[in-house]
Write a protein that binds this ligand. Structure first.
Ligand SMILES: *[C@@H]1O[C@H](CO)[C@@H](O)[C@H](O)[C@H]1NC(C)=O
Ligand SMILES: *[C@@H]1O[C@H](CO)[C@@H](O)[C@H](O)[C@H]1NC(C)=O
Ligand SMILES: *[C@@H]1O[C@H](CO)[C@@H](O)[C@H](O)[C@H]1NC(C)=O
Length: 482
C-alpha cells in the first residue's frame, strides 16, 4: 500500500533511472574492423558486445549492415570517414551534407544507433602518407560541422580526428611536442576540437615500439614494473603507455590546451605473426592496461585523470588486412574471427564470453593429398597464400613449426575456407583433398569459415524486416511523445 505514495509516473521515472544507471557501461570500448574474409553476422556481433557489456564501439567506416545491427542496442558508436573520402568531403559541402544524412542522421531516430562521434579520417598525419591527407582535414571538419548543424545534430555528434602517435615525439614526456611539419595544422585542429567540445583522439602502440626497435626494453612495454624506468625531473615512468600519453599532454600544453580531454582511439597487442606477438603477451598487456585505466590513477602530468575513453584494438582478427606493417597485422583481436575469446581477459565485467549462435560452414578442411608427389606445389602454395591468410606460418607464428607438408595443407585450407568451401577451390591440380578430420596441430588451428548470413536469398527478407522494424520504431516514438 505504501506504493500509493508514488504516482505511476514517478514509478516509471524511477524504473527508467534504475535502467539507465545499470546501463552505464565501462569506458573501455573496442574497435570493430571488418577487413575479414569470414564476417560473422553483425547481429551476432552486437549480441557478443552486449553479452560482454562492451558499451562503446569505434568503426572505420559507416557500413549500413553494422549500423543497422547497432540500432536499439544503446551501444555508443564512433563512425569513421576513410581517408580516401576526405578529398571529396573537404571540397564539397553537398558531399558532406550527403555523408551526414546517409551515414548519421538516418540512424539518429528513436531506437536508432547511438552515434556520438564521427572520426574524420584515420591517422591522416602518418609520416608514411607523406602529407597527402593533411590539407583536407580542416576543410572537411568545417564542412561536416556545418552539415551536422543543418541536421540539428551538432550538439549530439562530435567530430574527432584519430591521430597516430608519430604525430608527436620527444625522449622525455615533459618535452613532448608535435612534429614540426604538423605544428600549424595541429594548432588549428586542437582549436577546432576545443571550440566544439571534442576530445583529442590518439592511437598508442607500445607493441610497435618494441617490434620496431631491438633496444626497446621489453618490460617497459608492459605494466608490471621495469628495470628501465624513464626519469623525467620529479616524474618516474614505468610503462611506455603512460610515457607516451604524457608526451601528448605536454605537446597539447605547449599549444595552450593542457586540459584537453584525451581518448585512446586504438591500443592493444597482437597474438600471432611475430615473436613478441602471442597470447600471453597480449593478455598481460591488455589486462595491465585495463587495470591501470580502471584504477583512475592517471599519469604524472594528469594525476587522477585517466583518458576519457579507451578503444581496444581490436574486437576481431582481420585476416584480409594488408601485412605491410608486419605479419602480426591480422591478429590484433581479443576474439578470433569467429568470436571466440583468445585468452581470458576481464574488462571489468568478468572474463570475456564467446559469441553465441555462430554459424559455421560444415566441419571439413582441405589438406595436401598424402598420396601425391608435392614437388610441383610451390605455385599453388604461393597463389593460395596471396589470397588467403598464411601469416601464422611465418617466423614467430603459431603454425611456424608444422613442417613443409603442414604448411601446404594450411595454405590449401585457408584458401578453401575463404572460397566458402567451394569444391573446386580444393583441387590444386589433384594435390588437394577434403577431409572431415580436424588437421589442427597443437596451437596451430586450421580454421573452418563462418557463414555471414548474407546469402542472396536472404537479402529481401532482411530489408523487409527492416521496414517492419522502422515502423515499430516510429510507432514507439509516437507513443513516447504522447
Ligand atoms: C556512407 O558511408 C559508406 C561506408 O563508409 C560509404 O561507402 C558511402 O559512400 C557514404 N555515403 C555518402 C553519401 O558519402
Ligand atoms: C613453412 O612456411 C613458412 C612461411 O612461408 C616458412 O617460413 C617455413 O620455413 C616453412 N616451413 C617449411 C618446413 O618449409
Ligand atoms: C547460406 O547458404 C548455405 C548454402 O546454400 C547454407 O548452408 C546456409 O545455411 C545459408 N545461410 C543462411 C544464413 O541462410
Amino acid at each position: 500500500m505504501k506504493m500509493a505514495f508514488f504516482s505511476k509516473r514517478t514509478l516509471l521515472l524511477l524504473l527508467l533511472l534504475v535502467l539507465c544507471v545499470s546501463a552505464v557501461e565501462s569506458d573501455i570500448g573496442v574497435n570493430w574492423g571488418t577487413v575479414s574474409f569470414h564476417r560473422m553476422s553483425p547481429d551476432t556481433v552486437v549480441d557478443l558486445l552486449k553479452d560482454n557489456k562492451i558499451g562503446k564501439v569505434k568503426l572505420f567506416d559507416a557500413d549500413p549492415t553494422v549500423l543497422r545491427a547497432l540500432m536499439g542496442s544503446g551501444i555508443e558508436v564512433m563512425v569513421g570517414i576513410p581517408n580516401d573520402m576526405l578529398s571529396l568531403i573537404s571540397n564539397s559541402p553537398s558531399a558532406s551534407d550527403l555523408w551526414v544524412s546517409q551515414n548519421v542522421s538516418r540512424y539518429m531516430v528513436k531506437r536508432g544507433a547511438n552515434i556520438k562521434y564521427v572520426a574524420v579520417g584515420n591517422e591522416p598525419f602518418l609520416t608514411s602518407y607523406s602529407g597527402q591527407f593533411q590539407s583536407y582535414i580542416l576543410p572537411a571538419l568545417t564542412n561536416l560541422q556545418q552539415s551536422l548543424a543543418k541536421a540539428n545534430l551538432a550538439g549530439m555528434v562530435k567530430l574527432v580526428v584519430p591521430c597516430n602517435a608519430d604525430a608527436y615525439e620527444s625522449s622525455l614526456p615533459s618535452q613532448g611536442a608535435f612534429r614540426p611539419d604538423l605544428t600549424q595544422i595541429i594548432t588549428q585542429l586542437v582549436s577546432f576540437l576545443n571550440s566544439n567540445g571534442s576530445p583529442f583522439v590518439v592511437n598508442i602502440y607500445p607493441f610497435l615500439s618494441l617490434y620496431g626497435n631491438s633496444d626497446f626494453p621489453q618490460d617497459y612495454a608492459f605494466f608490471e614494473g621495469t628495470t628501465h624506468s624513464v626519469i623525467d625531473g620529479p616524474n618516474v615512468y614505468t610503462n611506455a603507455f603512460d610515457g607516451n600519453l604524457d608526451t601528448l599532454v605536454a605537446a597539447l600544453s605547449k599549444l595552450g590546451y593542457p586540459q584537453m580531454p584525451i581518448v585512446i582511439g586504438e591500443v592493444g597487442w597482437p597474438t600471432d605473426g611475430a615473436l613478441s606477438a602471442n597470447l600471453n603477451a597480449a593478455r598481460a598487456f591488455n589486462q595491465g592496461l585495463v587495470k591501470l585505466v580502471r584504477s583512475n590513477k592517471g599519469t604524472p602530468l594528469r594525476p587522477n585523470v585517466p583518458p576519457m575513453d579507451i578503444y581496444l584494438f581490436s574486437l576481431f582478427d582481420e585476416g584480409a588486412k594488408s601485412v605491410l606493417p608486419g605479419n602480426f597485422e591480422r591478429h590484433w583481436g581479443i576474439f578470433s574471427f569467429d568470436g571466440q575469446a583468445k585468452y581470458s581477459l576481464n574488462l571489468g565485467n568478468g572474463l570475456l564470453k564467446n559469441a553465441k549462435n555462430v554459424e559455421y560452414l560444415p566441419s571439413r578442411w582441405c589438406v595436401a593429398n598424402p598420396t601425391r608427389d608435392l614437388t610441383t606445389v610451390a605455385n599453388h602454395f604461393k597463389l593460395a597464400c596471396s589470397y588467403a591468410d598464411c601469416t601464422t606460418l611465418s617466423y614467430g607464428g603459431s603454425c611456424n613449426g608444422i613442417g613443409e607438408k603442414g604448411n601446404i595443407s594450411y595454405a590449401f585450407n585457408s584458401y578453401y575456407q575463404l572460397q566458402k568451401q567451394n569444391a573446386k577451390s580444393c583441387e590444386f591440380d589433384g594435390l588437394g583433398m577434403v577431409t572431415f578430420l580436424d588437421p589442427s596441430i597443437g596451437d596451430c588451428r586450421f580454421l573452418v569459415g563462418v557463414s555471414d548470413g548474407t546469402n542472396n536469398s536472404l537479402g529481401f527478407t532482411l530489408s523487409g524486416i527492416r521496414v517492419i522494424f522502422l515502423l515499430i520504431s516510429f510507432c514507439g516514438y509516437q507513443m513516447f511523445v504522447m
